[in-house]
Design a protein around this ligand. Structure first.
Ligand code: 2P0
Length: 333
């Protein structure tokens, strides 16, 4: 029995759109920060007597997710020449499927636990590929701090490379997560991306402009330039939602409270408080702050009518095994 832990990551330059649906290849690169205080813990045990994989989420069998979990495990089993089925138990300390990147932390934890349980000596690239096959944002949770999932056209078109840009202590930004709804999103990310790619008139321009946004964000992280990172991150977020809004029929992931949060965060920044926003495919708002601003930002967010809960986090480490075996952290510090 091996237990691994991974944390969700928040994309500052967003991934939205797939190049290949079958291989889950992203159409664009992306750049994210990995959180510390939200986590997924996954235990796995391969059992020769088990007829089928068994998946429990927060203690309850979850047949809807089982197919995706088994599909993620299959190439790992194949690599280990293992035919055994597995018993998998996953716990999240935050709401699942509520726009908080539970699939990212979930598949990063699963790949980390499974490869260790099967005694595989694998490269970071192999782990990244297995995680990406399950969820486009999951590889980024394999590393801590600032992470880029880069897209290359050679040697094969659409090859991805997972790049650890900087550890958390390079620039210890903090994140306030404002929960504005606990309902599952009306259209999941995969379906939303497909609809956007097929029908949004802005999609081609989104793909073309992504390398420039990534360059901008990467250099802002290297220089610890908060204003520069704020501008490119809010631009990427609003652009992604703009594309989705322009799909047919339009995808509206926000609610009224989401919009209020965005205007409040912009007002705070205009008053000199170092904070910017990002929003993923759901109504929750993430406010990224310079160290020192988090208490004030969290206090303001808590007062916004419609904000149900506020969570705070520092930047955290990558996926790692936490019991059952010795394994190093994936961030080379
Ligand atoms: C991201 N999102 O970069 C973007 C921004 C949401 C908005 O990746 O279809 O669960 O499994 O590859 O990774 C959320 O979608 O999608 C996501 P699939 P995923 O974080």
């Amino acid at each position: 029995m091996i237990k691994a832990q991974a944390q969700p990551n928040i994309a500052l330059v967003k991934y939205w759109g797939k190049r290949h649906r079958s291989s889950n290849l992203p159409a664009v690169g992306s750049l994210s920060v990995t959180l510390e205080s939200l986590w997924t813990q996954t235990e796995i045990e391969f059992d020769p007597d088990l007829p089928e994989d068994l998946f429990l989420l927060n203690g309850i069998p979850d047949p809807a997710s089982l197919v995706r979990v088994s599909r993620c495990l299959d190439p790992i089993r194949q690599r280990a020449s293992c035919t055994h089925r597995a018993r998998i138990q996953t716990h999240n300390n935050f709401p699942t499927s509520a726009g908080l990147a539970s699939s990212a932390s979930g598949f990063a934890a699963l790949v980390t636990a499974a490869t260790t349980a099967l005694g595989l000596k694998v490269t970071a690239e192999e782990k990244s590929e297995w995680a990406r096959g399950a969820s486009g944002s999951a590889p980024r949770s394999l590393y801590g701090g600032f992470v880029e999932l880069r897209l290359h056209e050679t040697p094969a078109p659409g090859r991805t490379e997972l790049v650890p840009l900087a550890p958390p202590d390079h620039w210890p930004l903090e994140v306030v997560v404002a929960i504005t709804s606990l309902s599952a999103k009306p259209v999941g990310s995969t379906a939303g991306m497909d609809r956007t790619a097929e029908t949004s008139p802005f999609y081609d321009r989104w793909i073309e402009a992504q390398p420039a946004d990534l360059d901008e964000a990467r250099s802002a992280v290297q220089a610890r330039d908060f204003e520069k990172l704020a501008l490119v991150s809010e631009h990427s977020c609003l652009k992604m939602h703009g594309l989705a809004l322009a799909a047919k029929p339009g995808l509206i992931y926000w609610n009224g409270t989401t919009v209020t949060c965005l205007t409040v965060i912009r007002d705070l920044r205009a008053r000199g408080i170092p904070v910017f926003f990002t929003v993923d495919a759901g109504p929750q708002v993430k406010a990224i702050c310079e160290p020192g601003a988090i208490r004030q930002v969290a206090g303001v967010m808590r007062q916004i009518p419609g904000v149900l809960e506020v969570m705070t986090s520092r930047l955290g480490p990558g996926a790692r095994v936490i019991s059952g075996a010795q394994a190093p952290l994936m961030f080379p510090s």
